[in-house]
Design a protein around this ligand. Structure first.
Ligand code: GMT
Length: 393
């Protein structure tokens, strides 16, 4: 189960589904509506939606975690039906709200016949909902119904343990990147999508920011850093994504006279085609449990400039694959960016190191970690149920 927006948890969930199906597993995906991006049946994943069509008010950049009761009930009905018909072994959700409640309800209804329940915590499900006076305790109870709980970084695991009062922190299975899609530019990629934008002999530095433009991305700060970089060197800013903070961001860029240096690329699915043409990814989030964009940028050989918050230090290696600035220390961020973008040798070294580091988070390896977890949880369940329920050899 996952949301339908363009966010990282959806990317991880759908990527995991596709890779598991490619490996021969039977995979069903349960969502509110069609997940952002192309979702064909060709990849072998069977999609079940509570609502067949996009509601025009559901902007794909916004994660709508609080569902109306009828949507919740519809997906629960579909879940129970498919679990019984297909004899599903696992029910795995990405992002706790509202899926932790759905999983707990499935367990309550199916009792001993319920599939093994796995949950993956991603970000604001802990930092926002976990701390909520009303939802926090409910969520905490729902998490205790799980057979396996994971999250995407050590830092987020500690936060989750503290917020939910868990005896043991969730298991860390980091996010992954498809290294066949996200890779540094090569000669064969000459015509690959937006790489053409790099064309010409311009020496202009290309700084890219990718997000869902929500308050947690701290876009005013991102704009300030870009503006100060632009005051010192020739640079342009590529913005990928859209969201509630976009209008305010545009106003700042306009007021500072740098809007002409900004390319608004909107929400798009071919980020892998754009990223390799950039020189630096700029993030300024207040919090990131992981920051999938940082990983994808590094996989494309793009160094990352980001604040030292949450799980970012587990992804970006300071001074090797990018720079991690203390939050609020814009001066340090600007100075690192300017120096890097002016030093071709250092930039190439960092590009190579970034791609090498990202390889450790390759989809092949990380999806196998999920498979191992499923295997272990299934064996534990069989053991609990005793020999009568053992799987045939
Ligand atoms: O929790 C959120 O704000 C939404 C969530 C999402 O669906 O995009 O983002 C989180 O999950 C991503 C995938 O694991 C991480 O890369 C993001 O860092 C994380 N966002 C936050 O922690 C704010």
């Amino acid at each position: 189960m996952c949301h339908s927006s363009c966010g990282g948890s959806v990317r991880v969930a759908t990527g995991l589904c596709q890779e598991l199906a490619r490996r021969g597993h039977r995979v069903h995906l349960f969502t509110r509506t069609t997940p952002f991006g192309h979702w064909g049946q060709a990849d072998g994943v069977v999609l079940h939606r509570a609502e067949a069509h996009y509601d025009k008010d559901l902007h794909p950049a916004t994660l709508f975690a609080e569902w109306p009761a009828h949507v919740f009930e519809t997906l629960l009905f579909i879940l129970l039906q498919v679990i019984k018909q297909e004899g599903l072994d696992f029910l795995h959700y990405h992002y706790a709200v509202p899926f932790a409640y759905l999983a707990a309800e499935v367990k309550l209804r199916l009792k001993g016949e319920a599939p093994v329940l796995v949950g993956t915590l991603h970000g604001t499900d802990v930092g926002h909902y976990g701390r909520d006076f009303d939802q926090g305790p409910r969520l905490s109870r729902a998490l205790r119904e799980l057979d396996g709980l994971t999250t995407v970084s050590l830092s987020h695991a500690h936060l989750a343990a503290e917020v939910f009062g868990l005896e043991r922190p969730p298991e860390v299975i980091p996010n992954f990147v498809d290294l066949t899609k996200f890779r540094p530019p090569s000669d064969q990629d000459g015509d690959k999508g937006e790489l053409k934008m790099k064309g010409g002999e311009s020496e202009r530095a290309r700084i890219i920011h990718i997000s869902n433009f929500r308050p947690v991305k701290n876009l005013q700060s991102m704009a300030r850093i870009f503006i100060d970089i632009r005051r010192q060197i020739d640079a342009e800013l590529w913005l990928i994504g859209d969201g509630p903070e976009m209008d305010q961001l545009k106003a700042v860029l306009e007021a500072e006279g740098v809007k002409k240096d900004v390319h608004f690329m909107g929400l798009r699915q071919d980020v892998d085609c754009v990223l390799p043409g950039a020189d630096l990814l700029l993030m300024s989030s207040l919090y990131e449990s992981f920051c999938l964009s940082a990983l994808e940028a590094m996989a494309c050989g793009v160094p990352v400039l980001a604040p030292m918050v949450g799980g970012l230090p587990e992804v970006v290696v300071h001074e090797k694959t990018g720079f991690l600035f203390p939050p609020q220390d814009h001066r340090a961020a600007v100075s690192w960016a300017v120096n890097l973008l002016q030093d071709k040798i250092e930039h190439v070294t960092m590009r190579t190191a970034a791609a090498a580091r990202a390889a450790w988070f390759g989809q092949e390896r990380i999806v196998s970690v999920y498979e191992d977890l499923y295997g272990n949880l299934l064996s534990a369940k069989e053991k609990r149920r005793g020999p009568a329920h053992a799987l045939p050899a």
